[in-house]
Design a protein. Structure first.
Length: 182
């Protein structure tokens, strides 16, 4: 999915006709754009449940570069590709098809995506996702993936030496933190 220290977003040529067809089906008001509400109505996880509003807003925001609150078909294709990649990784580690993965599976899933985190950080992510059960649902996994990807992109932009460290001013830090979450 990525190379070097940072996973990256891939891009391709024209929009896949199947993606265009799905985009038109999701674009209920035929505006040529998809909102988070339209995305939420269209996406269903493996357990037959819709994704949370938080997940849909974060997914949309990842590709809504001009911050209009909607995405066009090209941005949707990138989102569609990412969602399918993330769901495939999740399904690989959700071996009992419960819709949840545990700490070890999350570690392996994120490693498969090019992220190597300490056990303490993985534990933090799991507890943040589900403080009671200690499991990560598919919805929470998508939220984590979007947030990690957005923070990675922000970090990469500031890691000019590509040595894994950045110096960041307080307002820039706040801008990154607030723009990478809801």
């Amino acid at each position: 999915m990525g190379h070097g220290p940072y996973p990256s977003i891939g891009s391709g040529g024209g929009v896949n006709p199947q993606v265009q067809q799905w985009f038109r089906a999701v674009d209920k008001d035929q505006s040529g754009f998809i909102t988070a509400a339209e995305l939420k109505a269209a996406l269903v996880n493996a357990q037959g449940q819709t994704f949370s509003e938080t997940a849909c807003n974060l997914m949309l925001g990842m590709f809504d570069k001009d911050r209009t609150g909607h995405i066009n078909v090209e941005e949707f294709e990138k989102l569609y590709t990412y969602i399918n990649q993330w769901l495939a990784v999740f399904k690989t580690y959700d071996t009992d098809q419960s819709g949840n993965i545990e700490e070890k599976e999350l570690t392996n899933a994120l490693a498969q995506m090019g992220f190597r985190f300490t056990p303490d950080f993985i534990s933090f992510l799991v507890k943040r996702s589900d403080p009671k059960e200690g499991k990560v649902s598919v919805d929470s996994f998508i939220v984590l993936c979007v947030q990690i990807q957005r923070f990675t992109e922000a970090f990469r932009a500031r890691d000019t030496q590509q040595n894994g460290t950045v110096t960041i001013g307080f307002e820039d830090f706040l801008n990154v933190a607030l723009s990478c979450s809801i």
